[in-house]
Design a protein around this ligand. Structure first.
Ligand SMILES: Cc1cc2nc3c(=O)[nH]c(=O)nc-3n(C[C@H](O)[C@H](O)[C@H](O)COP(=O)(O)OP(=O)(O)OC[C@H]3O[C@@H](n4cnc5c(N)ncnc54)[C@H](O)[C@@H]3O)c2cc1C
Length: 464
């Protein structure tokens, strides 16, 4: 039986990054994967394939609006299958990249379905039915998640689908209902609408992107409606009938019941962790409401077993999974490390407009009892946004009036997912508003809107 210092179960952005960091720290490492290296993030949704689809949508939108930029482009058309193929090719390339990195870092890759066993072992069943067992001093579980299935919205994978099918459809639907308006729902709604599908979003609560600051939700609703996406908030799909040609969805709204017809219903109502049949009960690892219970160092209740990524309680994001894994192995290697600051994790949505936020919303900051200084700068007042034809959106910043702590930053508009890192770093370094104002931002850039929003909070805004 092969013996390792660290064995990682699952090769998503949690697992593979953990394995690489473990190997960098001199730990003999193996990784077990049942499907494709890179997990959901690189292969089945997540970070890369959806962004490849979205890029095609962006290019298509640009071409269709070429006249706005003084250009004449004729004969613009799309090839839906080619768009999907490009996304799959990008995903394959990324997965091969992970394979290369694992090899470069001398990590043994064991393909097959892994089950954790007592005695810090993992039993691996390969596709050909053969089984092997590996033993480690530390077992790190990173098996991730899949699309959550609601009882009144059973997925048949054809007419009622999850995110995995939504990115590999062979035929573009004419009409689609997207249930749920979190990042996943919104990104697919944007993609399909841009490609010419008639999209209706059905959201249970009273606003779309409900985890965001309310101003962001309002702007998103305006932008999406302008783009032709229908939005039903305070509404719930109570059942689907797939017996006919398409699918009929019964939607309970505040005004009563409505039946919507579509070719496809995409259920984007969150995720469900991959915890069953991986041996947790046999080993005695504690879980709570579908998540593995861990401490600050991702240790489970059973010594030698750890859990990171989507299967733990933190936000289900790739960068969180990676950060947890790195911290977990650094602690194993006896490095001096601090627990992760879950209050400073950026969240991004990659539609047009993009959304990016970190820290507290204005409502949360008020509820926490802070006296606030709030500033906002609209991209309509930004030179770069005007030149780019991207005037929708704004940057909103929230500071504690007493000590100047940067409590939250909320952005909606073009390119904001690349801009949020400024707020993350600023908050990490405990910067104050005045320090941001004294940091010169290049002109003309969208990033000037951060400086101007901070200036607005302190009554010093120039361009409003
Ligand atoms: C449509 C969509 C869009 C998203 N967009 C973003 C985004 O833009 N940015 C972002 O940060 N996050 C995004 N996410 C979330 C992100 O993909 C996840 O948070 C991230 O992939 C979690 O990483 P993980 O390593 O915990 O698990 P996963 O990526 O789910 O990887 C788990 C791996 O474990 C393997 N596995 C499971 N069970 C076993 C077993 N028994 N034996 C062997 N292998 C096993 C799986 O095959 C998989 O490869 C998105 C998710 C979706 C669905």
């Amino acid at each position: 039986m092969s013996k390792y210092d660290v064995i990682v179960l699952g090769s998503g952005p949690g697992g593979y990054v953990t394995a690489i960091r473990a190997s960098q720290l001199g730990l003999k490492t193996a990784i077990v994967e049942k499907e494709s290296l890179g997990g959901v993030c690189l292969n089945w949704g997540g970070c890369i394939p959806t962004k490849a689809l979205i890029k095609s949508a962006d290019v298509f939108n640009y071409l269709n609006h070429a006249e706005d930029y003084g250009l004449k482009v004729t004969g613009v058309d799309k090839d839906f299958n080619a768009v999907v193929k490009r996304s799959r090719d990008v995903a394959d390339g990324m997965s091969k990249g992970v394979q290369f990195l694992l090899k470069k870092n001398k990590i043994d890759v064991i393909m097959g379905y892994g089950t954790v066993k007592k005695g810090k072992k993992i039993e691996v069943k390969a596709d050909d039915g053969s089984t092997s067992t590996v033993e480690g001093n530390h077992i790190i579980i990173a098996t991730g998640a899949k699309s959550r299935v609601l009882p009144n919205l059973p997925q048949d994978g054809k007419k009622v689908i999850g995110y995995r099918e939504a990115m590999t459809l062979e035929k573009q639907p004419k009409k689609m209902i997207v249930v749920g308006s979190g990042a996943i729902g919104v990104e697919f709604a944007y993609f399909y609408n841009s490609m010419g599908t008639e999209v209706t979003i059905v959201e249970y609560v009273d606003r779309i992107v409900p985890v965001e600051d309310i101003d962001v939700s309002k702007q998103m609703e305006r932008s999406f409606k302008k783009a032709g996406i229908k939005i039903m908030t305070s509404s719930e799909v109570t059942g689907v009938d797939t017996s006919g040609n398409g699918v009929k969805a019964t939607v309970k709204t505040k005004k009563g019941e409505e039946v919507l017809e579509a070719d496809i219903v995409l259920s984007a109502v969150g995720i469900e962790t991959n915890l069953s049949n991986i041996g947790l009960e046999e080993v005695g690892i504690s879980t709570d409401r579908g998540k593995v219970l861990v401490n600050d160092w991702y240790q489970t209740n059973i010594p030698g077993y750890y859990a990171i990524g989507d299967i733990t309680a933190g936000p289900a994001l790739a960068h969180v999974a990676s950060a947890e894994g790195i911290l977990c192995v650094e602690k194993i290697a006896d490095m001096h490390v601090e627990p992760l600051d879950y209050g400073n994790i950026p969240g991004c949505t990659y539609s047009t407009p993009e959304i990016a936020s970190v820290g507290m919303t204005e409502a949360q900051a008020k509820e926490a009892g802070y006296e606030l200084k709030v500033g906002k700068f609209p991209f309509s007042a930004s030179g770069k946004a005007s030149a780019s034809g991207a005037k929708d959106g704004f940057v909103k910043v929230i500071f504690d009036a007493k000590y100047g702590e940067w409590l939250g930053c909320h952005m909606i508009g073009a390119g904001v997912t690349d801009m949020i890192a400024e707020a993350v770093l600023g908050r990490k370094l405990e910067t104050t508003g005045h320090e941001v104002l004294k940091a010169i931002h290049p002109h003309p850039t969208m990033s000037e809107a951060v400086m101007e929003a901070v200036a607005d909070a302190y009554g010093e805004v120039i361009h409003l």
